[in-house]
Design a binder for this molecule. Structure first.
Ligand SMILES: Cc1cc2nc3c(=O)[nH]c(=O)nc-3n(C[C@H](O)[C@H](O)[C@H](O)COP(=O)(O)OP(=O)(O)OC[C@H]3O[C@@H](n4cnc5c(N)ncnc54)[C@H](O)[C@@H]3O)c2cc1C
Length: 386
């Protein structure tokens, strides 16, 4: 029988730092429900509308019907465009943000006309992630029947399929693979062969979840790993960007959503601190304050994800991680959690990046000293032998 290689690791094994896996859909549903419960009178939601244009002078946003949205509601059905006045427009429209594109357009126009409101131009650096993936889900009741469930709180991986299996807080498993052979498979039997040959224990489970798994997986479109967004600021007049729109990052450490949620906490804090003027919050200064407090941290986490800085790949990367976690285990009072472990804390990303630079220095210094010592000992032995 063919044996397949499976690895297990923890996002964070430090007892002081905890992490939880949450299904995105369940989380969004929870947030939506909570919002409605809290503020029914002031909240309205409109689905199937896409931002088309922003008029920053008159504070008007134009939305258009999304091309692939089928509306069976009365009233708005015939309407194809909608103009909305805003005091503050928060663009949380993801990696390909239209709000961001609009801000770049407006800033460039105003700069050319000599009436820009900010000293420095709004600029964007975008790095496309070349990778794609396909995912699958195993419901909680079924996941619990599997021998894989005993490691539900760890990350299980099958390197030969470039595949991860992650336990979610509700007991389910989420998995995904970026193996090119699997993504480019031309038939269901090819999908089956690859799964059976590399991760038979997962395939058994997937078949119990869905007897047509191989066919459905074949039809599933591969999803892009997104890109890295570095913006020079997150605000423009009364418009603010948060989440992936402001600082999308490679999913190297699974941090994007967490960073987006932190944005919300920070902006909420800024609003709490600001004093209303004539009963209104000074929203434009609040948006500028968000850039001031968030920019460096956002750039730091984008950079660390892009460069695999915290958990470098390859032999030296693993050696470095082993070295640092062992030091931490032996001297917990002196050696603080590693920069990678700090991702599961509230330490600002800029500080984490700073700590990483120190860890790199420590590791390579230790490596150099050890190698020098080994060479010196080897030379001494050779001298004695001669
Ligand atoms: C493979 C992969 C794995 C990941 N794993 C993790 C993980 O484990 N942990 C983690 O924290 N993060 C992870 N992330 C990152 C995470 O998914 C994102 O950071 C997060 O979804 C960003 O949230 P957001 O609300 O800013 O944007 P999105 O979730 O992208 O939401 C944007 C919303 O805006 C809407 N929209 C788009 N354009 C328009 C428009 N013109 N008008 C109106 N609406 C529009 C979209 O329909 C969507 O609803 C992962 C990302 C990838 C690609």
């Amino acid at each position: 029988m063919q044996t397949t290689k499976m690895r297990k690791f923890d996002y964070s094994s430090d007892p002081d730092l905890q992490s939880y896996g949450v299904s995105r859909n369940a989380f969004v549903a929870y947030l939506q429900q909570t919002l409605f419960e809290r503020d029914t009178d002031h909240l309205s939601t409109n689905f199937g509308w896409e931002l088309k244009e922003i008029d920053d002078t008159n504070r008007l946003a134009t939305f258009q019907r999304s091309a692939n949205y089928i509306d069976d509601c009365e009233g708005l059905q015939q309407q194809h465009e909608m103009k909305v006045e805003f005091d503050l427009l928060v663009g949380a429209d993801g990696v390909s943000s239209k709000v961001r594109a609009e801000l770049l357009r407006l800033d460039a126009i105003q700069r050319a006309a000599g009436n820009a409101t900010e000293n420095l131009p709004l600029s964007l650096k975008f790095l496309q992630n070349p990778e794609f993936y396909k995912s699958f889900h195993i419901r909680p009741a079924l996941a619990k029947t599997s021998p894989l469930y005993k490691d539900h709180n760890r990350v299980q991986s099958w390197p030969s399929l470039n595949m991860l299996l992650v336990g979610m807080a509700d007991g389910s498993f989420w998995g995904g693979s970026k193996k090119a052979d699997l993504l480019n498979a031309s038939s269901a039997s090819e999908v089956e062969t690859l799964f059976k040959g590399n991760a038979p224990e997962v395939y058994d489970l997937l078949l119990k979840e869905n007897p047509n798994f191989a066919e459905d997986f074949l039809k599933q479109p591969a999803i892009s790993f997104g890109g890295a967004v570095l913006l020079s600021r997150f605000h423009h007049k009364n418009v603010l960007l948060i989440g992936d729109a402001a600082h999308s990052m490679f999913p190297s450490y699974g941090t994007g959503c967490n960073v987006a949620l932190e944005d919300c906490l920070l902006f909420d804090q800024i609003l709490q601190e600001s004093k209303p003027v004539h009963g209104k919050f000074p929203l434009r200064p609040a948006a500028a304050e968000f850039t001031r407090r968030r920019l460096c941290d956002a750039h730091a986490i984008v950079e660390m994800n892009t460069n695999f800085m915290l958990f470098p790949r390859g032999f030296l990367g693993y050696l470095q991680m082993l070295f640092l976690t062992t030091l931490r285990k032996w001297f917990p009072a002196v050696i603080k959690p590693t920069s990678y472990q700090l991702l599961w804390s509230t330490v600002p990303f800029e500080k984490i990046r700073h700590q990483k630079h120190k860890e790199i220095f420590l590791f390579y210094t230790a490596l150099l000293l050890t190698s020098t010592l080994v060479v010196l000992i080897a030379l001494s032995i050779l001298q004695v032998l001669h």
